[in-house]
Design a protein around this ligand. Structure first.
Ligand code: PMP
Length: 424
């Protein structure tokens, strides 16, 4: 596979961007052959700068829910862009969008819109402290809530003081949560939980209802706020806050990624109990009132509310899980698929440094399938049965290739460094 253009861009990027690219797309964290740059996306596919098309199971790490460039969403966005986007104040769309979200998300009575998931999670932390006048925030060990100093996974440049009042518990472990709450004494402001355990590098786990109910009960007892971080899983599991599936209502929920189908907007939603606290903090941003992403969000949410996108992605997910499971079995390979079927994570047995995962992913890429060796993936509503069958067919040959490639593909040491930092 020719990567000439991508290599040339990487070379230029290395001069003008730290490490050539930052964050989750750092090339050190993905197989060597993975393209870093893409020129376009349409439906379920992305194209790299060398003209290769890939069926994209990463879906932009979540934002692509209906399909890249969905015309229903983009036409609404473009129409608004032509009228006005970033103005001195918000357009009426902000009210319309807040009304729509509040009508769809059972626990929510108000919304604040922002740009990235990290804006929303950081604001949730501030609201919880403003509401309670207390300091301690509980976070599940290993959970990702963004890249701000209080929650970023890598330690460089971060002070212990940045996390002085962030305490940790084990996800799905009600006893560990209770112990962390007891440890916080009378200083507990809030408890963060992701909808399910979707940490990178490790098998996903569905939420234990006892743990979720305990989180609610502990917040009720202490007056702390329960925060469900739906940035990644929002609208992928249900058309409401994800913990509605368990009958557990948070006080705050954080949203991002998918609800404008890739347009840049995120949100903090809250219940009546947190309204005054949310109104008391100072939060804003130059682009937080931009109208184009709000138009895109309204169009997306109407489609989510009125279409069968969810049932479609779940059906595709089952087809994929069954097909891959059969293919792995036939190849005699220990292959684990975890998490909800529409947000799958794939890991290999006996693969501490992800070598098998990297080998498999590299071979899948050559066959035109973009998967991730250690992060959960996403299915989108633009995928078809045929696309899923293509993944399964590619996997049948790629599973055979894993053992042959093991010596050739060695994950970059940066991956081990990141892993070590996480387990420290
Ligand atoms: N919370 C969760 C659960 C996430 O998955 C992410 C992003 N992967 C964030 C927060 C942060 O979102 P963003 O990258 O948009 O700041």
């Amino acid at each position: 596979m020719d990567h000439t253009q991508d290599r040339a861009l990487r070379h230029r990027a290395a001069r003008v961007l730290p490490q050539g690219v930052y964050g989750h797309q750092s090339t050190a964290l993905l197989p060597e052959t993975y393209p870093q740059f893409f020129t376009r996306g349409e439906g379920a596919h992305i194209w790299d700068t060398d003209g290769h098309a890939y069926l994209d199971l990463m879906c932009a790490y979540g934002p692509n829910l209906l399909g890249y460039g969905d015309p229903r969403v983009n036409n609404a966005a473009i129409a608004q862009l032509q009228k006005g986007d970033t103005l001195t104040g918000p357009t009426p769309l902000m009210v319309e969008l807040a009304e729509l979200m509040v009508s769809m998300i059972s626990h929510a009575d108000w919304a604040i819109f922002c740009k990235n998931g990290t804006d929303a999670t950081t604001m949730a932390k501030t609201v919880a402290r403003a509401k309670t006048g207390r300091r301690i925030i509980l976070v599940a060990r290993g959970a990702y809530h963004g890249a701000a100093p209080w929650c970023t996974p890598a330690p460089a440049g971060i002070l212990a003081e940045d996390r002085a009042h962030i305490h940790y518990y084990d996800y799905n472990d009600a006893e560990s949560l209770s112990a962390a709450v007891a440890g916080a004494g009378d200083d507990l402001a809030g408890i963060f939980a992701t909808p399910h355990k979707h940490d990178a590098f490790t098998d996903q786990a569905l939420p234990d209802p006892d743990y979720a109910r305990r989180a609610r009960a502990l917040c009720d007892q202490t007056g702390a706020l329960l925060i469900v971080d739906d940035v990644r899983a929002g609208f992928r599991l249900t058309r409401d806050c994800s913990w509605e599936l368990l009958g557990v209502r948070p006080d705050l929920s954080t949203w991002g990624k998918s609800f404008a189908n890739g347009h840049p907007i995120s949100a903090l939603l809250g219940s009546e109990t947190a309204r005054d606290a949310a109104g008391s903090i100072y939060v804003t941003g130059s682009f937080w009132f931009s109208a184009m992403p709000m138009a895109a969000a309204i169009a997306t949410l109407e489609i989510l509310r009125d279409s069968s996108y969810l049932e479609q992605t779940i059906a595709l997910g089952h087809r994929l899980r069954e097909g891959l499971s059969k293919a792995a079995h036939a190849a005699g390979i220990g292959f684990r698929q975890t998490g909800p079927v529409q947000m799958p994570l794939f890991l290999f047995d006996d693969d501490p440094d992800f070598r098998r995962g990297f080998a498999w992913a590299s071979d899948m890429l050559e066959q035109g399938i973009y998967i991730h060796p250690w992060h959960n993936m996403f299915l989108c509503a633009a995928m078809t049965d045929r696309d899923i069958d293509q993944v399964i067919e590619a996997a049948q040959t790629s599973f055979q290739a894993v053992s042959k490639r093991l010596d050739k593909i060695v994950p970059h040491p940066a991956l081990s460094t990141l892993l070590a930092a996480r387990s420290a």
